[in-house]
Design a protein around this ligand. Structure first.
Ligand SMILES: [Zn+2]
Length: 319
């Protein structure tokens, strides 16, 4: 299904058949073109969207959960999501547009963002997703009579991201957790949190999936691929290398302490920092913050307390 105006291009939505009606894995972006692609795509394989039994959403992002509400309206089916992402959906739905933007801009200022924070404060955001009917926990079987579709909790990309193991077919729906050519965004929000470790969670979730064996992977973007375990090993190396480079960079500048924004500016992104818009810089900073937090948890860097209102800074732990 198309994601209009997004470089990712499309979301892959899957329909799992059962005697009691099909269940969709993800639902795509909330846009009329995407809706028509879903309705017509299902019709092309003999499924009337009105007979859909439910939608399992791998995580709350708009390119996955966006159309779940519309499918529910048309079919009367349920929407299921992991409880940790349901909590986020409640939070997002409870924040009016202004409140959400100010929250983001404030978090960017605390990370040393300057003018980029003002730009984000005046940007727009997609509609929040529909509130799900069912909250999933790790190991839950999805309500899909005659099949065995099991919830595998894989926090990291979001706190409630799940993969879905179709045990009767040796396949794993990987959502954004494991993609064949790219790696998902792993960010820490707010950037200066010190009570969670999303990248650490993500690396642990790679192990969880690898433990399932060499299953065929059905991801939400790009293309399907064999042997999910082999791909998790590559992604782990990618992040460990990134962590190593980051530590070298911080150690080299020590004892000077860097803000999250300083760090993000110096990291390698798919485009030069000056070509990134304020939103993309905000995401890059989230990714930088997640890597910093993992180094902090591992004890190789530490945060330097500043005066109240000053951005948080990091330096090598050895200094
Ligand atoms: Zn996502």
């Amino acid at each position: 299904m198309p994601i209009p105006g997004n470089p990712l291009g499309y979301t892959l939505v899957y329909a799992v058949e059962s005697p009691a009606g099909p269940v969709l894995v993800d639902a795509g972006w909330n846009h009329q073109d995407a809706w028509l692609a879903l309705r017509d795509g299902l019709a092309a394989v003999g499924i009337d969207v009105r007979t859909v039994r439910g939608v399992v959403v791998t995580h709350h992002h708009p390119d996955h959960a966006g159309l779940a509400g519309r499918v529910r309206e048309e079919s009367g089916g349920w929407i299921a999501m992991h409880e940790a992402d349901v909590a986020l959906v409640r939070l997002i739905r409870g924040m009016a547009g202004d409140l959400h933007r100010n929250f983001q801009a404030d978090m960017m200022r605390r990370a040393g963002a300057g003018v980029d924070a003002d730009a984000v404060a005046s940007s727009s955001r997609p509609d929040p997703p529909a509130l799900p009917d069912l909250e999933l926990r790790d190991g839950d079987l999805i309500d899909l009579p005659g099949r065995r579709l099991r919830t595998v909790w894989t926090p990291g990309h979001t706190p409630g991201h799940v993969c879905l193991h179709l045990e009767d077919a040796g396949r794993l729906f990987t959502g954004d957790h494991v993609l064949p050519g790219i790696t998902p965004h792993i960010g820490l929000y707010p950037y200066d949190r010190d009570d969670v470790d999303p990248l650490g969670d993500f690396l642990g979730s790679l192990d969880r999936v690898a433990d399932l064996g060499d299953l065929d992977a059905l991801p939400a973007h790009e293309w399907t691929f064999p042997d999910v375990a082999a791909r998790t090993a590559e992604i782990r190396v990618h992040h460990e290398e990134k962590l190593e480079r980051l530590l070298d960079q911080i150690t080299a500048l020590s004892p000077d302490a860097l803000t999250i924004w300083d760090v993000a500016e110096q990291m390698v992104w798919n485009r030069p920092w000056t070509d990134l818009g304020p939103m993309q810089r905000g995401m890059a900073a989230g990714e930088a913050a997640a890597h910093l937090r993992t180094l902090e948890v591992r004890g190789t860097i530490r945060r330097v307390p500043g005066a109240p209102g000053d951005p948080v800074r990091f330096t090598a732990a050895s200094r």
